[in-house]
Design a protein around this ligand. Structure first.
Ligand SMILES: Nc1ncnc2c1ncn2[C@@H]1O[C@H](COP(=O)(O)OP(=O)(O)O)[C@@H](O)[C@H]1O
Ligand SMILES: [Mg+2]
Length: 285
């Protein structure tokens, strides 16, 4: 990772939250991106992105197709190393160059395909690759009890048995299992890529409830969504990308549907009250 000349050399200390209003004024963000860029050869997929993500808050990442949302979450998840910029975790600069780097920090990403095995049950999916053993044998009872408890903690009530094959679950239940698997590793930041895209109304409501439960347990959630109704019902904060640039971010109350749509489609709005939108350039100093 190289240094972007325009990036600040030090993370902003506690209390300095230039231009961002709302309940987070005195907190150090869990994750702070400064001047993050990513090129694929000549293609600049992401330019000079500044973003703060907070514990216990749901941040919705919105933007049109090709805006750079996936590139951003893949950078946070260690799939792509950034071409330039700085990443701070709890105020300390970190390098996230591999998925292992990300998971060591406590970052768990649930991609759109969920990567579940339909022919295995819920317990087997949750423990895939990190099975609990006892005296050299799989400790099925321990895993089953823990899986049950976790679903209960996450208020996932529609799953009848953790011994059900994942292939037999509804879309919302599958999403819940993928999220449960992600948070099992003591995750501090859970990233969800379009978790409700393929879901019906009641399943969407379940997943939104689950996202709120994660946040209420102090986990930071970054959720990509195209659905502004979902965004406005679940998010505490919004971040908007347009053509590879993060054009606006701030508390949900700074936005309404009209300003969000304008930001998504044109990259600017006359309506947003977010000072971060107007003052974005100066806050990177
Ligand atoms: N692996 C890649 N190689 C080349 N270009 C890419 C790659 N991944 C993404 N891009 C380009 O980066 C831009 C942002 O894409 P992406 O992050 O997928 O947007 P979004 O997720 O918001 O739809 C697009 O122009 C896309 O074509
Ligand atoms: Mg994408």
């Amino acid at each position: 990772m190289t240094t972007a000349p325009e990036s600040p050399s030090v993370p902003t200390p506690v209390g300095n939250r230039n231009g961002v209003s709302g309940a987070v004024t005195s907190e150090v963000p869990l994750l702070r991106l400064r001047g993050i860029s990513k090129n694929f050869g000549a293609v600049q997929a992401m330019q000079n992105v500044d973003l703060d993500i907070y514990d216990g808050k749901v941040t919705a990442l919105i933007g049109d197709n090709g805006a750079g949302k996936s590139t951003l979450i893949k950078t946070i998840s260690g799939i792509w190393a950034p071409s330039s910029g700085h990443i701070y975790w709890n105020g300390e600069e970190v390098k996230i160059h591999t998925p292992r780097d990300a998971s060591d920090l406590g970052i768990a990403t649930v991609y759109q395909d969920l990567a579940l095995c339909d022919n295995l049950d819920i317990v087997q999916n949750m423990y895939l690759g990190r099975e609990e053993t006892r005296l050299g044998l799989l400790d099925e009872i321990k895993m089953e009890l823990a899986a049950n408890q976790l679903l209960k903690d996450l208020a996932v009530s529609t799953v009848k048995s953790v011994r059900q094959l994942v292939g037999s679950l509804s879309g919302g239940q599958r999403q819940s299992v993928a999220v449960a698997r992600a948070v099992m590793r003591e995750s501090k930041l859970v990233i969800l890529d379009e978790p409700t895209a393929a879901l019906g109304v009641s399943q969407t409501a379940q997943v939104i409830e689950l996202i709120r439960t994660l946040a209420s347990r102090g986990i930071a959630v970054l959720v990509i969504s195209h659905n502004l109704t979902d965004v406005f019902s679940v998010a505490d904060r919004i971040a908007v990308m347009h053509l590879g640039t993060l054009v606006s971010s701030g508390p949900l109350s700074d936005y309404d549907t009209t300003s969000a749509v304008e930001l998504i489609t044109t990259g600017h709005t006359a309506r947003a009250t977010s000072s971060k939108t107007a003052a974005k350039k100066s806050t990177t100093k």
